[in-house]
Design a protein around this ligand. Structure first.
Ligand SMILES: [Zn+2]
Length: 114
């Protein structure tokens, strides 16, 4: 049920940014990094349920997934990372990298009805 509370968090964040009002929000756009540990399918499943509960069932969710990428600190090469514990594909070293992107979970924008 982790994703359920994430949905609540997303909607509450938009509510705060929109002066506490949700009636006029038609869409929320979020970005989820593939290394964030969020189950996107589950999030998309729960979103309308949570939106209904928070009296804003009209809100649509749009999710953009962000690829994970990392910089190997051993061989200094950048690579795409699909799992947090993958090895560097260039020098095969494990765990010696800096994550550049893919951990984000953020509300990008929201759209209001006219
Ligand atoms: Zn490497």
């Amino acid at each position: 049920m982790h994703e359920f509370s994430l949905c609540e968090g997303i909607i509450k964040q938009v509510s705060r940014a929109n002066a506490g009002v949700l009636d006029n929000v038609s869409q929320i756009k979020i970005e989820i990094g593939k290394l964030s540990g969020v189950d996107v399918e589950s999030l998309v499943f729960w979103f309308p349920v949570v939106a209904e509960k928070l009296a804003c069932g009209q809100v649509q969710l749009e999710v953009a997934e962000i690829e994970g990428s990392a910089l190997c600190t051993k061989c200094n090469q950048q690579f795409f990372l699909t799992n947090l514990y993958d090895a560097c594909p260039h020098c095969k070293t494990y765990g010696e990298y800096q994550i550049l992107q893919g951990r984000e979970l953020l509300v990008k924008s929201f759209i209001l009805n006219n």
